[in-house]
Write a protein that binds this ligand. Structure first.
Ligand code: CP
Length: 292
């Protein structure tokens, strides 16, 4: 695996390898890398989890993390993504981890760039490292994917997490369903009522409403959304025994999920964050091992 750009590019075997290596790292195994690699994190959109989690994972697999502040970089003077990455490559960077607001920003890096590119989120496109940590979380819980009913709830059309997870989970044999207001379904067929999905879901995966990606600020009511599409305490009580709640975060409490459910017994929201470090260690090891 030279790069990690979109879940569509990963085979089932590659996905299962990353899950297995994440589990090994969680058990305390050391990374199988035979030199120190130099990496830089280029975040042109805000991030708390992904950026910090990658930095932690990079240090734990023995990388040298070279600071890069997108807000003070020459990108602000109009330098292209290609020129920025090529410049870092010439300085000696082996891998760049990039988040940017443009869908598929990585297409301009496919030719002429030798350093590895790891997509940490492209606009409303893909979020493969979030997907891999979500898969690891589900695998830890159930030990398999086949036949699981996984319901993704919320702003599907603007969510890169929804698209990455829908692709990977379907290929792994899960039954992926969507629940959202009609205008947020995009190309997906979605239920519009909890009654269709609540009681037989093994995983309820909630999404943040991506107001920053909405073209027009629509007349949105937080209370109205919570009442119709939020996971409330009453709905949680009707979930199947053993079913879990996931959310990539950041969370809007009392919008997509009731405040009191964020750390309830079923919630794996903060476990996802912890699992993310192991999944990202596995991603880095898999990619860097292929480099000389
Ligand atoms: N889940 C996620 O991508 O969070 P951040 O935006 O904080 O990185």
């Amino acid at each position: 695996m030279k790069n990690l750009l979109s879940m569509e590019h990963l085979t089932k075997e590659e996905i299962l390898h990353i899950i297995a290596r994440a589990a090994a790292f969680e058990k305390g195994e050391a990374a199988q890398l035979n030199r120190t690699y130099n990496v830089a994190n280029l975040f042109f959109e805000p991030s708390t989890r992904t950026k910090t989690s990658f930095e932690m994972a990079e240090r734990r697999v023995g990388c040298e993390v070279i600071p890069f502040d997108a807000g003070f970089s020459s990108a602000l003077k109009g330098e292209t993504m290609y020129d920025t990455v090529k410049t870092l490559e010439m300085i000696g960077i082996d891998a760049v981890i990039i988040r940017a607001k443009e869908d598929e920003y990585y297409n301009e890096l496919l030719e002429g760039i030798e350093c590895a590119v790891i997509n940490a989120g492209d606009g409303a496109g893909q979020h493969p490292s979030q997907c891999l940590l979500d898969l690891y979380t589900i695998y830890k819980e159930f030990g398999h994917f086949e036949g699981l009913n996984i319901t993704i709830v919320g702003d599907i059309t603007h969510s890169r997490v929804a698209k990455s997870n829908a692709n990977a989970l379907t290929r792994l044999g899960a039954n992926v369903r969507f629940l959202c207001p009609a205008e947020w379904a995009g190309d997906f067929e979605a239920a519009h009522s909890w009654e269709d999905v609540l009681e037989d879901s093994d995983v309820i995966m909630l999404l943040r409403i991506q107001h920053e990606r909405h073209a027009v600020s629509k007349n949105f009511s937080k209370d109205g959304y919570h009442e119709e599409f939020g996971l409330t305490a009453a709905r949680e009580k009707r979930m199947k025994q053993g079913a879990i709640i996931m959310h990539p975060a950041p969370i809007n409490r009392d919008v997509e999920i009731a405040d009191e459910l964020v750390e309830c017994e079923r919630s794996r929201i903060f476990s996802q964050v912890r699992n993310g470090v192991f999944a990202r260690m596995a991603i880095l090891e898999t990619i860097l091992k292929e480099r000389a």
